[in-house]
Every structure is written in C-alpha cells, then in structure tokens.
Design a protein around this ligand. Structure first.
Ligand code: SF4
Length: 425
C-alpha cells in the first residue's frame, strides 16, 4: 500500500518481498517491510517499525546494489558488491553477491572502511533527519495506516533500538559473539536460542570463545527464552526463517535437548508458514561432540521440520599446527571428522555439515599441504552438500594476498570452499 508524498516523502506502509532470501546481484529484498523514500534515500523498516536498511539513490552513493543494514544487535553493516563483478567477484569468495563490512574488528581480508566514505556517512546523517521530519510532520490528514506507521517509527528512535539490542542479549544471557558461516544463506537473519554455554576446548587462537566450561541449559531456561523471544520479535517474527541454537557447541547438548528445543521454537515462532521457505536450523559442533553424536541423533534431526546446518571447527589437518594454535586435537581426529561430515551429508537428506579451517599469519607450509590433501577426499553421494570455510586468523594482515592462497585451496577441493567472515549478532 503506497501513499502520496508527505513533504516529498513517498510512504509504502507494507511491501512484500520474496519469502525466501534469494542470492542476487541487486539489493537484497525479502519478507514484509515498510518503506519511505526521499529523493535521495530509501529507508526500509521491519514490521515493528524499526529502521533496517538505508540505500542511497543519489549520485554519491557508491553502487545501486549496496546498502546499510542494521542488525538485531544494533550494528550498522555496509553491504558492498566489491570491485570485481560477476562470477569472479565476491560471490566466488563468499558464496554471496555482497560482502558485509562490519563496524567492529573482525577477520575480513578486505579493508573497506565505510566510515571514511562521505556518500555513506551522509546516509547516516539522513536517517536522523528523516526521523526529525517525521516527528515534526502534521499527520492529521494522512491515511490511518500511514499515520500508524509513522507513529511506530517515531516510537523506535535510536535510544529505543539500542535498548532493544540490550534486551535481546539479556533474554539469551549475553551477546552472540559469532554466527555460523552457513547463516549467510538467510542474510544472517536468525533468532538465537541458547541451549548451552561455553565449549569443550578453549583454544588459544579463538577470539570469540567464552570463559565458561561447556554446560547445557536447563529446559526451564530454554522455554523461558522462547517465550521472551516470541514477545521480543513481536509482529516481525514472521520475517524470520532461521533458528540458531547456541552457543559454541550446541551439538554437545545431545539429541533430546537439541530436537526438543528446535521443535518448541518451531511451534512458538510460527516457522513453516504456508507458502514460505523450509526453515533453517543452525548449530555449531566440535570434533568430539560430532564423534559422540550417533545415528539416532541425526535421524531425529533429519525428521525435524527444518533443514539443519551443523558447522564444525576443524582448523587444521596438521598436528603441529593444531598444537601451535592451541586446539587439543590431532590430524587423525580431524581426518575422521572430515569423513564423518561426508558420510552425514550423503546419508541424511535434511542435514548438511560444513567445516572450518584457519588460514593466515604464522601458519606453516605443512598446514596448507595437509589441508589440500584432505580436501581431495570426496564423496560420490554427498547430494551437492557440504562446504569448507577458511577463516583468516584475526591478526593476519588484512590483505588480498590471502586470496591467491584461497584459490589454490579451492582448486584442490572436491567440495566448495568459501571464506568465513566472523560476524556477531
Ligand atoms: S574455536 Fe570453538 S572450541 Fe575452540 S575456543 Fe573457540 S568456540 Fe571454543
């Protein structure tokens, strides 16, 4: 529903984008949203009236497909299409047509500081200006729907948005420090539900770990989270198709807790809406939780109304490298876990296991040689599933030189290889 201009604003109270997030070269559009356009910017809001995307329409905007996105954690992330278009560009490195440029230190191998680009900074200034215009506008002659939308947007000023991100952390018991790489398939738009804390290994190299030992959360705690999350997301719940069961090793929580939590969340959050996409379930696992997980667990996950991604940190197939980065595994564990990934992907239609390895500063030639050798193992029956994510160590020089190394690894691999960009929620 679109309304005629108010002080040169074109207001669309509700627009329907594709229900499924498509990989596309033109700006991401999905779900239901509201939109306000000025002559220079396009502002999009979620169904709760919270600002979500800003895109420039003027000549100073770097590229028509690029945009700023505000996450549920209240970070503004700039989505760039990069400087090489087509199949050799960002898509070949990330599996997506855009690179999220984060406003906090991460492990990206592209140095893109959008805060120093005037065209983008002007968009940040345009948002409070729009807010001020809406706040001061005379709305009495507007259609009720447009008036309601403006009232909702005004309620969600920057202070409220910040408070809401804090509230989300409070509900789940802390900020999600890293999202599984596979969440890229739905633009990192997941609902987090913590079924456990901590992890098994506490590796030295890891920059996202918590100090806690692994411990599963109680069922009461999980049900409480689900109830509070349902209230928190409110009407915008219908725009979500992904559930992240956290935290760093939810697979260790075991069959009952994983599948019961996923099923409860499925019901409460209304996933599986008619005409919508198959909801996606994401969790991290470790090598030992993968070994511990038996056929029964995978059979049960396979029966859930989700397509499930399990991401396992393997890091290296070279024992001295594993010791160097402080991961308590050896190459026989890693090789066995890699084979188990291939086996699960071949056996269970609705489960896809992916794995991570590190690249970057201080790693030996043996690390890369053994990785290339491992990736030559394939499965004839993996249904096109599985991916290897290469995660640059955080203190590696953020240089494109790493890309030629990634290319070399890709060429040796029987399954797709992408770069893992560490993103928080
Ligand atoms: S890499 Fe995984 S297992 Fe190791 S410390 Fe980090 S979160 Fe824990």
């Amino acid at each position: 529903m679109a309304f005629s201009p108010l002080n040169n604003l074109l207001i669309s109270v509700e627009k329907q984008g594709p229900g499924k997030i498509k990989k596309d070269t033109f700006p991401l559009r999905y779900g239901k949203y509201s939109e306000i356009k000025t002559s220079e910017y396009e502002f999009r809001f979620n169904l709760n009236g919270e600002i979500k995307f800003i895109r420039g329409l003027n000549v100073n905007w770097p590229h028509p497909a690029e945009q700023l996105k505000r996450t549920d954690g209240n970070d503004w992330v700039y989505y760039t299409v990069g400087d090489i278009s087509g199949e050799h560009g960002i898509i070949s490195w990330l599996g997506e047509y855009y690179l999220p440029c984060l406003p906090y230190p991460s492990n990206s191998i592209w140095e893109i500081n959008y805060y120093s680009t005037p065209g983008i900074m002007n968009a940040f200034a345009a948002w409070p200006q729009l807010y001020g215009n809406l706040y001061g506008s005379r709305r009495d002659r507007l259609h009720t729907k447009a008036k309601e939308l403006i009232d909702l947007i005004i309620e969600n000023h920057d202070g409220v948005l910040y408070e809401r991100s804090q509230r989300l952390n409070e509900i789940i018991g802390g900020r999600v420090s890293v999202l599984p790489p596979d969440t890229r398939h739905i633009d990192y738009e997941i609902i987090p539900l913590m079924i456990s804390n901590g992890c098994l290994y506490h590796c030295n190299f890891c920059c996202v770990k918590s100090a806690l030992k692994f411990q599963a959360r109680s069922r009461t705690d999980i049900l409480e989270q689900i109830g509070k999350l349902k209230d928190f997301y409110g009407r915008n719940l219908e725009n979500y198709n992904g559930l992240f069961l956290g935290n760093h090793d939810a697979l260790e929580a075991g069959e009952e807790l994983i599948s019961d939590s996923a099923s409860e969340a499925y019901k409460a959050f209304g996933f599986g809406r008619p005409g919508g996409m198959t909801p996606l379930l994401f969790l991290f696992g470790s090598v030992h939780s993968l070994f511990k997980s038996e056929h029964r667990l995978f059979e049960r996950l396979n029966q859930l109304p989700f397509y499930t991604y399990i991401n396992i940190g393997l890091e290296s197939n070279d024992t001295p490298t594993l010791a160097h980065i402080g991961k308590p595994l050896d190459e026989s564990n890693v090789c066995e876990a890699f084979k188990k990934m291939l086996d699960i992907n071949a056996t269970y239609k609705n489960i896809e296991v992916t794995v991570n390895f590190v690249i970057g500063k201080g790693l030996s030639a043996e690390h890369y040689a053994s990785l290339k050798q491992l990736l030559q193992i394939g499965s004839d029956n993996s249904r096109g599933k599985g991916a290897v994510y290469l995660s640059p160590l955080k203190d590696s020089p953020k240089k494109r030189e790493l890309l030629s190394l990634v290319n070399e690894i890709k060429e040796q691999s029987k399954i797709p290889v992408y770069i893992y960009l560490i993103q928080r929620l």
